[in-house]
Design a protein around this ligand. Structure first.
Ligand code: ADP
Ligand code: MG
Length: 700
């Protein structure tokens, strides 16, 4: 082990062909300090250099083309940043222009007229003639005359390019390194997995990813390295989940009285199968004597609240208190009003605490919480303040998880020093399974994947701005039927002023078109009390149209609102569109979502809009979103710290991830501490993995 660690920790400057200057550059630009770092600097794609194209068969559809020919001549043309060197290149079938904007003087000095070269690049056509800008170019030699293999393309920076370090340079370093490193490369996966999944060995994989002899080798190498990465990622997450479970005891909630009373006499509707299943999962956790940390995912309207309430009853039945924390006052109030109805029927004492709770009321609350007289507390993050002390807090529910960090979660834990309360985080932002497995791999996950029966799916349509008159006609009909309407404008921080103008212009045009209809307006620049006032008017049905920015996005419930119009829909991401749409469709009436856009739309935007029109299923939408945007964007800044996968791509590698997770689970099942052979070796590798990911706990 030590020998291995030692070799791969060798400073990169000692590698043949690197030296101190280049080493400094690699340190600074690519964070490559050691042999180990360089080996893990994987190419992000490969170019096919195994075949040649003729100039007369070029097409703009080719991702890249390799051509053998003669550089006849060149000239320098243009001024300022349009200044460029244009070479004339021919292979006997036609003329190709080679264009350089950067490094002109260097190329002028080093290129040779009438010499034979091999060039590679993406062909572009203009006026019947093809050109390649900044082609990869090398002199024709006996070695390269028959073409090469698959050329790896490495992540580089402008500074590196300026200093003439390109993918080829890195390839050469890689070759020197692999030649001396091979005897030191140890297998990191157990033999059984390699056989079971027919994986390439570690050494083979490293050779083939950096110097692929063929496309097949490349494919095998990539698969193996992805598997390894995801395997260790899952191993670590599952292991920390096991650790956490063993470390923290939880209160046992096994008595059921209130729960039974509620089920028998007060349940307002039949639970969906999904709700019942999730409740069983929670109840099973409550019986283990281990502290629960569970994520509850469920689309908007799937009925998470009643699940939370019933789970709270389990706590109350066993002498513990429960709390529910919401991200805003409005939401806290809605939850409070909703739960109070159930609580009163059962004779449960429920309270509400938010930033605007009066001092006098606060004192009473504090006392009742401490004496245990108050059983359920609903509130905003005001309830994590130190002054709020419980007699015996046993269960906390956090609604709309993305607004809360782990810091808050641990402050909730601390509300019961003796024995941490069970925690359930609820989110209405569905995330694809692959992402959930990696992001929340150390939480238990429950999913409500079914809507209550009898819901009418929201009808979603895409309309162009030019058809606004028809839209307004439709809105008038809906208002005449007694419905309410949301009209939402984007609000992106960088252009807040412009957005505000869009919103106010829109508001004016709406007031002109709907002169007799009372309107509300809501945006982020308003004072909190003005916002609450406007929102309250809309909730009470005093206003019919709510013209707003995305501040209404989270959780607000106005069942009488049946139409959601989203202006500039092209500027919203899929997740956000889906969230916004979820504001309607909460009542018995047919609801609609209208996506308004300009005529000119990118392909991605069309895909987003089509997806919205096609389905109401949040999980399906999140899969498309992942595919379009990649995992980094999806998870948001809060979670990006843990997404340090180098080679695996969660958007594409779901199948490999599933196998890797299954393997990790099986191994940890057999040997949770990884102490017996052959698993001790895995543990060694797990421990040696970089500590760059100390923030694995930074979830939710
Ligand atoms: P969300 O998961 O978005 O928080 P809610 O808990 O607010 O959803 O539930 C949305 C609506 O559906 C509420 O009015 C709730 O009373 C109702 N509801 C929840 N579960 C059921 C069910 N099983 N059958 C019928 N209606 C239900
Ligand atoms: Mg909710």
């Amino acid at each position: 082990m030590t020998e291995r660690t030692h070799f791969f920790d060798t400073k990169i400057e000692f590698l043949k062909g690197v030296g101190p200057q280049r080493a400094a550059l690699l340190n600074k630009e690519l964070n490559i300090f050691t042999y180990g770092d360089l080996l893990q600097h994987y190419p992000f794609r490969h170019e096919d250099r195994s075949q040649f194209h003729h100039i007369n068969e070029l097409s703009e559809l080719l991702p890249g083309a390799q051509i053998k020919g003669r550089l006849k001549d060149w000239l320098i043309t243009g001024e300022g940043h349009k200044k460029r060197l244009v070479g004339t290149f021919t292979d006997g079938t036609g003329i190709l222009e080679l264009v350089w904007f950067h490094g002109i003087s260097w190329f002028e000095k080093s290129l040779r007229k009438n010499a034979d070269y091999i060039v590679y690049g993406k062909p572009a056509e203009f006026g019947g003639r093809y050109s390649i800008t900044h082609p990869d170019i090398e002199l024709l030699t006996p070695e390269n005359i028959n073409g090469g293999t698959w050329q790896p393309i490495y992540p580089l920076t402008d500074m590196l390019r300026k200093r003439r370090v390109d993918s080829r340079t890195i390839s050469r370093m890689m070759k020197s390194l692999l030649e001396i490193a091979t005897p030191h490369i140890r297998e990191t996966l157990p033999e059984a997995l390699i056989t079971q999944y027919r994986l390439a060995s570690k050494a083979e994989a490293l050779w083939s990813i950096h110097l692929p002899p063929s496309q097949a080798h490349l494919h095998q190498a990539t698969r193996r390295l992805k598997f390894e990465e995801l395997f260790y990622n899952q191993l670590r997450l599952i292991k920390s989940k096991i650790l956490q479970k063993n470390e923290f005891p939880g209160q046992v909630f096994d008595k059921v009285e209130l729960l039974k009373e509620f089920y028998d006499n007060h349940l307002p509707f039949e639970l969906t199968n999904a709700q019942a299943r999730v409740l069983r999962e929670i109840h099973d956790d409550f019986k283990t004597g281990r502290q629960m940390n569970r994520l509850l995912q469920g689309d908007v309207g799937s009925g998470k609240t009643i699940v939370a309430f019933i789970a709270m009853l389990m706590a109350l039945d066993n002498g513990a208190q429960a709390c529910l924390m919401a991200p805003t006052e409005i939401l806290a109030d809605q939850h409070y009003q909703g739960l109070k109805v159930y609580a009163e029927r059962l004779g449960i004492n429920i309270g509400k605490l938010t930033g605007s709770t009066k001092k006098k009321d606060r004192r009473v609350l504090h006392e009742e919480l401490q004496s245990g007289a108050m059983q359920i507390l609903v509130g905003t993050h005001a309830l994590i303040e130190d002054a709020v002390q419980f007699k015996n807090l046993g269960f906390c529910v956090i609604d709309e998880q993305h607004r809360f960090g782990v810091a808050q979660r641990s402050r909730l834990w601390a509300k019961n020093e003796e024995i941490h309360p069970h925690i359930m985080v609820m989110t209405a932002t569905p995330i694809p399974r692959t992402l959930a497995m990696t992001l929340y791999g150390d939480l238990d996950i429950s999913v409500i994947d079914e809507l209550p029966a009898g819901r009418k799916p929201i009808k979603t349509v895409h309309r162009y701005d030019a058809h606004r008159a028809t839209l307004f006609g439709f809105l008038k009909e809906e208002i005449a039927k007694g419905r309410q309407i949301y009209i939402v404008y984007p609000l992106i921080e960088e252009s807040e002023k412009m957005d505000l103008k869009d919103l106010t212009d829109g508001y004016e045009s709406i007031s002109r078109s709907f002169p007799d209809v009372p309107l509300s307006i809501l945006h982020g620049r308003m004072k909190p009390q003005d916002k609450d006032y406007e929102m309250a008017r809309f909730v009470k049905n005093e206003t019919k149209i709510m013209v707003a920015t995305t501040v209404i996005e989270v959780g607000v419930n106005v069942p009488n609102a049946s139409v959601m119009v989203i202006e500039n829909a092209e500027r919203f991401g899929l997740a956000q569109l889906h969230q916004l749409r979820g504001r309607v469709g909460r009542g018995a009436e047919q609801s609609f979502c209208v996506l308004m856009t300009d005529f000119k739309l990118s392909q991605d935007t069309r895909k987003r809009l089509e997806t919205m029109c096609r389905t109401n299923n949040g999980f399906e939408i999140s899969e498309v979103d992942l595919e379009l945007r990649g995992p980094g964007d999806l998870t948001g800044t809060q979670q990006s710290g843990i997404m340090d996968l180098i080679i695996a791509d969660l958007a594409k590698d779901g199948a490999i991830l599933k196998e890797a997770r299954k393997s990790a689970e099986a191994i940890l099942d057999a040997d949770p501490d990884l102490v017996t052979p052959p698993y001790a070796a895995i543990r060694g590798h797990l421990d040696s993995l970089r500590a760059s990911d100390t923030n694995w706990s930074r979830i939710s």
